[in-house]
Design a protein around this ligand. Sequence first.
Ligand code: C2O
Ligand code: CU
Length: 490
Amino acid sequence: AAGGLVALAFAGCGIVAPGPVDTVGEVDFDTPLAIPPLAESHVDADGTRVFALDARAGSTEFAPGVASESWGFNGTYLGPTLVADRGEHVRVDVTNSLDEPTTVHWHGMHLPAAMDGGPHQMVAPDASWSPEWTIDQPAATLWYHPHPHGETEAHVAKGLAGMFVLHDEAERALGLPGEYGVDDVPVIVQDAGFSADGAREDPQRGYAGGLGDEVLVNGTRGPYLDATTELVRLRLLNASTARTYAFTWGDARPIELIATDGGLLEASVALDHVRLSPGERAEVLLRLAPGERVVLQSRMTAEIAGLESVVASMNGGADAFDVLEVRAAEELQPAASAPTELASIDDFDPAEVVTTRRFELGDSFEINGEAMDMGRIDETVTVNTLERWIVENTNAVPHSFHVHDVQFRIASIDGEAPPAELAGWKDTIFTEPETTYELLMRFDDYADPSTPYMYHCHLLWHEDQGMMGQFAVVEPGQRATMSEGTHHEH
Ligand code: C2O
Ligand code: CU
């Protein structure tokens, strides 16, 4: 039944559905995993930690000797990992060396709307932009990527994305693996298409967007990681434009999840798989025996995607990927056992909710029946209040739902309490078809009636097509106004 509905909903899109992909057992893990460099920074006289990012075009050899056009920050593909501590004031000097405008959005960050890097903070070619803010949220794996309206999929697919890691005292005190690139490893997963000679080509477009038939980790094809410690922390980021993964270990050992988008869980959870839609992150721990090899895979099924029937082109079919091989050294640095209690997370009190809003993810890339309009504020939120957002996917296909500025909690899914892996801080969720999600979120600080934040589907093609809306955070009684220059004449 779902297949028929999908065909109806997308009739006329001219989509050629790519078939299901299975690369398990076919990947030669013959290339050492690239580790994005740590971003250099310096601390100004006034105590601000200053980073620099330059968006530029270049070319990358995804296969030896075969150059493909690509974009990167401070390099030719992806960008450096920014690291900062809770309480630090940071500034990022962004320059745009591309020949078209772009933006840099800090996905998952709590910060003023004017610093958010959404579609209203365009950076023209050869121009620069220097957002600054104070980090005030728990330790987490965040990321950054462009957000120019209508062009986000293209800019991310070309390679503009990077990780932004936050630490705090409570997290450091836990003694989790924390040596970057050694036992604390970024795992940026993206799918891509390649021609037989190894040149990157545009992937086929399915209902979710462009779906490549290979996965890259940190831009590496066929990657392996040499591990030297008994305990390894992997920071998984789904930076794909459309594909959703169900990460699992090839030998079926449980996957030990310790953190989701916005920070540590209260306690680790042992899972069969970790499902990540585009934009979502997960931190997992891997315990290794000397000399062993274990393969991170993705095994997506219709059931995991929440689909009644297999819709292969939605990547809710039977896609399976070999992602990353971890090779343990013959002698491993011993690790203390990981703590069982990770963080204490205070629940929001639903009695404090001041506003309930509804968001219907329906057909035709619309939210509540409307496509994104840069000149329209869809929702006006009063600063320092708790809200309930009810997000209903009435579509026959999955979407993902992301809210800027906040980390939220899932209060219920179709009226039931969320599973443990969805009970912590989230900023992006996979929304299954015909399913309703109740989210609680507080909009603290940063009232600005003239600059909106975004909420949208993080399947970037859907977002580009208009599956996005804008909210402004205002002082009590204030009205949202669009500032000069961003207001559209109607
Ligand atoms: Cu990851 Cu609105 O973005
Ligand atoms: Cu969508």
